[in-house]
Design a protein around this ligand. Structure first.
Ligand code: PMP
Length: 304
């Protein structure tokens, strides 16, 4: 069960047990939902949401790709998120806004189904565990590929896309790994089931380019800015699978996963097991989200 009391649903804050949808809702049958995963952290000036504007922009972009008009403005959704955090007395944790097609008629065409909005928040620690943040995870290259261009749009963070993520994650756990790393349609490195990927070789940081099969990660963007600020060269370029095996360090990034080092891939130790640059970037990331360091004032939205 999700540890939350009040859920914002179509304009009202209602009790957890009352937040229900009809079994004939379009989203349930056809995957018609668009969502965000956002984190709030405790800072010296109170609870702050990290990069809320960028998350809301991506949410509205996901809806636009699927010809979905959101019945609220960006400002209204942002305010609703703040109201939900307050209603639950959340100091730090995870925020899940979801826009979905509800019930009217059933059939592939969604346009007659109402566009509904919900927001839930709850306390949430490290997604892959505290130990993973320190010592890294065991990953495998998934047997499942990510989506090919012009099939399912990966620039949309849509519920249906996460069937791919579920296959990657379940396979990895079933095989005794913590996470799966998927290749793209052409066989190059794409991303984890819910994280973007970075690899380091000879002090240069590499990440696959955006625009094919991986989500346009907001943490990815933060990490690129951190890497530049720390003076590292960063290259957005195609990464072949075997590059990961010979890299000095590999790490995964995401709002949930934050900056998680990868210790082994397919049981091959990454580098000599040191995670020096990853930890440097991770330290900087935690300072930024907790307001101990500021690159851009607009990255923190305080819950007042
Ligand atoms: N890729 C996928 C498939 C994801 O689900 C996520 C998490 N939203 C990410 C990458 C990382 O994105 P972000 O840094 O914006 O959370």
């Amino acid at each position: 069960m999700v540890d939350t009391q009040k859920i914002w649903m179509n304009g009202n804050l209602i009790d957890h047990d009352d937040a229900k949808v009809h079994v004939l809702a379009h989203a349930l049958h056809y995957g018609t939902s668009f969502f965000e995963g956002i984190r709030a952290y405790e800072t010296k000036k109170g609870t702050a949401i990290f990069r809320l504007d960028e998350h809301i922009d991506r949410l509205f972009n996901s809806c636009k790709i699927y010809r979905t008009d959101v019945p609220y403005s960006k400002e209204e959704v942002k305010q609703a998120i703040i109201d939900t955090i307050k209603a639950n007395n959340l100091k730090a944790g995870y925020i899940r806004p979801l826009i979905y097609r509800g019930y009217n008629v059933l059939g592939v065409n969604p346009v007659k189904c109402p566009v509904e909005v919900m927001i839930a928040v709850w306390p949430w620690g490290a997604y892959l565990g505290e130990e993973a943040l320190r010592n890294g995870i065991k990953a495998q290259i998934s047997s499942w590929r990510r989506l090919a261009p012009n099939t399912m749009p990966t620039m949309a963070k849509a519920g249906g896309n996460y069937l791919s993520s579920q296959l990657i994650k379940m396979e990895a756990l079933e095989n005794g790994y913590d996470e799966g790393i998927a290749l793209d349609y052409s066989g190059n490195v794409s991303e984890g089931s819910g994280e973007n990927l970075f690899a380091i070789l000879d002090d240069v940081i590499y990440t696959p380019p955006i625009g094919s099969s991986a989500l346009v990660g907001i943490t990815r963007d933060t990490i690129i800015k951190i890497a530049k600020n720390l003076g590292y060269e960063i290259k957005e370029q195609v990464i072949p699978r075997e590059f990961l095996y010979i890299a000095d360090e590999v790490f995964l990034t995401g709002t949930a996963a934050e900056v998680t080092p990868v210790d082994t891939i397919d049981n091959i130790k990454i580098g000599k097991g040191k995670k020096t640059i990853t930890h440097k970037i991770q330290d900087e990331y935690f300072k930024l989200v907790k307001g101990e360091l500021i690159y851009d004032e607009k990255w923190l939205t305080y819950v007042k």
